[in-house]
Design a protein around this ligand. Structure first.
Ligand SMILES: [Zn+2]
Length: 595
């Protein structure tokens, strides 16, 4: 009877995490059946269940209660997180949550119901495992004690090899316990340390009164823009309004090919060899800005309603003076609303550091531009994605060869609107006097210019070089150039055109704030004025902690697949007014380049 009660309690506890198990199974079945993954997941889930049930029948009461306490407490944080965001808790999020545990009382106000769910699950599991068993036989005692522990170490070992990945859909208790072991390991080896305060001295205080803007676009491939290609799309940056200079670094390599990784490193700095420690334990760009006397402004265009984007958390928020979002602006107009807001900050006479995360051209791009901007045709069908800023879901896009032609045309139209018209609007209102804007994109895109089918544009396990190919442009005025400590951008471009990297941006921004260049570069590597001697490559194994090493994808400029002009028919001169192009009848030949 008691055994049945124990089993029931455990099953009820585990059923709290049921949605994650369903999600995991679904992801392994659709859109394509992954037999190996399915078998591996089922085996791992089964083993974790064996671990929990063996623990429940350990005859030695103190050991049983001890394990019950340990495993049920371990699960609270994971279950709380998963029931509040309705998604799996990755290892990174576990670390952030531990770091933020100081503000537990604030979290309680916001996530009380999710924390209750985590707590109830823990109590049920604690009792289910811990309660005494009637017929005590010491026969399998050793095995019953060894099994749950060995399973825990095996799980931690698997997660170690996979850099923390692999616990999706497993019981929260085991996930939490394994994360705890990995965290303990990383703390003891000092990969993770509490975030440091700013230690560098400001050596050039009051080095100008202009703003410093980091303008980070989303999914903009550098080689699609007119500044980098003769057949490129209007960017608004070829000849900006008089008085504004656009210093074009040409094609640059991104830090990684996924949004969160890149934005996290742009906000915290990092070198190729040491970005995990720097990302996790060095001061944020906001902290540096504040110490240098700048007001800090974060403009997040894709997200609304105070949802964190790209691995930001409560603790990072503490150094942000103004967090701007556009809850009421339709997605199609949001980048333009951000241009207005940015112009306002540039014109307000206060010295500010502004980080603007644009909406850019992330999937879905069917509806990211107004009808009047459909200059390239045929484009993707309209009207279904007006309210989605970005998603990993590719529903509504087949990924066929034909559909990629329309995708590239929609992409071009989106660029005219969210890059070209964006800069026209921004520079039409903003007085840049003394201010500097560094413009780039988080990563590039693989829009299947080489042919082939599939639906992935970036963040792929086996990336194409174009996924890490981004624009890099600095906008300023002669007034900014004249400031003490100002960077000679023309000299920088002479050294860095078509070979610079995202990694050089963070140290550059710190120097512009007034920090000593030598001290900055000793920690964060070379700035944009120093010729980049590192390989022209991006990291496609960004989560390279524990047993994983980064993997670098080299970009060779002579192997870049430029978008084929055969996607559309050139519009005859004289009809450019409503320049609607149509593709030629013959199918596009795959662009030359390596596989
Ligand atoms: Zn992105």
């Amino acid at each position: 009877m008691l055994s049945k009660l124990k089993i029931l309690l455990i099953l009820v506890a585990l059923s709290v995490g049921w949605p994650q198990i369903i999600l995991r199974f679904e992801s392994l079945i659709a859109p394509e059946l992954q037999l190996f993954g399915l078998a591996a997941y089922a085996a791992l889930l089964g083993i974790c269940l064996i671990g929990i049930f063996s623990a429940a029948f350990i005859p030695v009461a103190p050991v049983r209660w001890g394990f019950a306490l340990f495993i049920s407490l371990s699960g609270i944080m994971v279950e709380t997180y998963q029931s509040s965001v309705e998604d799996h808790m990755p290892y990174d999020a576990f670390i952030s949550m531990i770091d933020a545990s100081g503000s537990l009382h604030e979290a309680w106000g916001q996530y009380a119901s999710a924390m209750m769910i985590g707590g109830v699950q823990a109590v049920l599991l604690f009792l289910g495992i811990g309660l005494s068993i009637h017929h005590v036989t010491k026969k399998h005692s050793k095995k019953l004690i060894a099994a749950p522990l060995l399973i825990l170490f095996a799980l931690a070992g698997i997660l170690f090899i996979r850099g923390g990945d692999g616990a999706r859909g497993l019981p929260s208790a085991y996930t939490g316990a394994a994360y705890g072991l990995l965290y303990g390991y990383e703390r003891s080896t000092e990969v993770i340390a509490p975030r440091e305060p700013v230690r560098l001295p400001v050596v050039h205080p009051l080095n100008g009164d202009g703003d410093i803007v980091l303008l980070v676009d989303e999914s903009i491939s550098g080689h699609y823009l007119d500044i980098n290609s003769a057949h490129g799309v209007y960017s608004g940056l070829m000849a900006p309004k008089s008085g504004v200079a656009a210093h074009n670094f040409g094609l640059a390599s991104s830090i990684a090919h996924c949004s969160a990784a890149v934005n996290m490193t742009l906000r915290h700095g990092g070198t190729r060899d040491d970005y995990i420690r720097i990302n996790g334990s060095m001061p944020s760009i906001w902290a540096y800005a504040k110490k240098a006397g700048l007001e800090t402004v974060y403009i997040d265009v894709p997200r609304t309603k105070r949802v964190f984007n790209n691995m930001m958390d409560e603790s990072e928020l503490k150094d942000i003076d103004q967090w701007i979002e556009f809850d009421d602006v339709p997605i199609q107009r949001r980048d333009h609303a951000a241009a207005d807001a940015l112009a306002g900050f540039l014109n307000d006479g206060k010295r500010q550091f502004i980080y603007l995360q644009k909406i850019g051209a992330h999937f879905p791009i069917h509806d990211k531009y107004p009808d009047a901007y459909m200059r390239y045709k045929p484009a993707l069908p309209r009207g279904q994605f007006l309210n989605i800023s970005d998603t990993g879901d590719r529903e509504g896009f087949s990924g066929s060869r034909e559909s990629w032609i329309t995708y590239r045309n929609s992409y071009r139209n989106t660029l005219i609107w969210n890059v070209g018209a964006f800069f026209d609007r921004l520079l039409g209102q903003a007085d840049l006097a003394g201010s500097t804007i560094i413009y780039t994109s988080d990563h590039g895109q693989n829009l299947h210019e080489r042919g082939g089918t599939g639906v992935v544009t970036h963040c792929s396990p086996d990336p194409k070089p174009e996924e890490g190919l981004v624009p890099l442009v600095v906008l300023d005025t002669p007034q900014a150039a004249g400031q003490p400590g100002a960077i000679d951008w023309d000299a920088a471009i002479a050294k860095g055109r078509n070979r610079s990297s995202h990694f050089q941006i963070f140290p550059t921004v710190l120097e512009m704030m007034g920090y000593d260049a030598k001290a900055v570069q000793a920690i964060y590597g070379s700035d944009l004025l120093t010729a980049n001697t590192a390989p022209f490559a991006f990291n496609y194994q960004f989560n390279a902690r524990l047993g994983r090493a980064p993997s670098w994808k080299a970009i060779r400029l002579d192997e870049i697949a430029y978008p084929p002009d055969s996607d559309y028919r050139p519009v005859p001169v004289g009809q450019r007014g409503q320049a609607i192009a149509a593709r030629q009848a013959s199918p596009a030949a795959p662009a030359t380049g390596t596989k």
